[in-house]
Design a protein around this ligand. Sequence first.
Ligand code: ATR
Length: 282
Amino acid sequence: MTQRDQYVVIGNPIEHSKSPWIHAKFAIQTGEPIEYGRILGPLGGFDKQARTFMASGGRGMNVTVPFKLDAHAFANTLSPRAAAAGAVNTLSFGADGVRGDNTDGVGLVRDIEVNLGVSLTGKRVLLLGAGGAARGVVLPIFDRSPAALTIVNRTAEKALQLVDQFAEAALASNVRFAGGSAKSAEEGRYDVIVNATAGSLDAALPDCDAAAFGAGTLAYDMMYSAKPTVFMQHAERLQARAADGLGMLVEQAAESFFIWRGVRPDGGAVLRELRQVLAAKV
Ligand code: ATR
């Protein structure tokens, strides 16, 4: 049997990661000879684990909580989107060293546009949260030329920092760009509202004017849980269409696979299968 190229996902915790399942499906779909495992990284021990895996011939790594900043520091070179995000979720090990990339933002955009069928071009987009998850999606959203992007955060100062960081890029993409507290949202309904806060983890609803939601709004929670999150329930009560972050998870994996193998798997097909598997477990 031919030797398969080795990849892993590293995180802590890691036992519930769906990445090995997703990449195994991509491998079957594309015929690429890869094997994809998981590593529980000890806190504070990222570099050692990454070096050991590299030394054993590993070709690439996905990186999840809490190691995305460690991976950013570990990489020798960064893609522009990883540099802008300040975080890395995809490492490639090659003759020219360790390359870091960030596929989360593209994953979100592809899920919204391809799987959910909502084009961002010309739309008004509201981003809730200003942490690492939010920072990682700003440039990929600009790339789709929305009319406006507003960043709202519990701590207004952090949203303002992101507005500062990305002001030039907004100008270059001709996007109306602002942010701050919940009060800084534009009046009326947004076309797309993305919850990038960690609020869904503890069932907290981020502060946001109810008038931002309505029929025709896509309310997207980056979190995934077996039941609709509080944010999704809230959005549906306000007539919006709600989506969870499972498709983003699949699409960020598809983009990583593409970086490593040069072949783009069909994320939509794997997402449908994953939903069936998860539904059968409930
Ligand atoms: P991540 O990398 O997942 O984005 P983070 O950098 O810790 O994690 O950022 C968490 C984000 O969720 C922040 O925008 C945070 O708001 P603050 O900047 O005000 O802390 C937001 N967040 C977390 N819990 C929240 C809650 N209960 N309500 C509203 N926002 C919350």
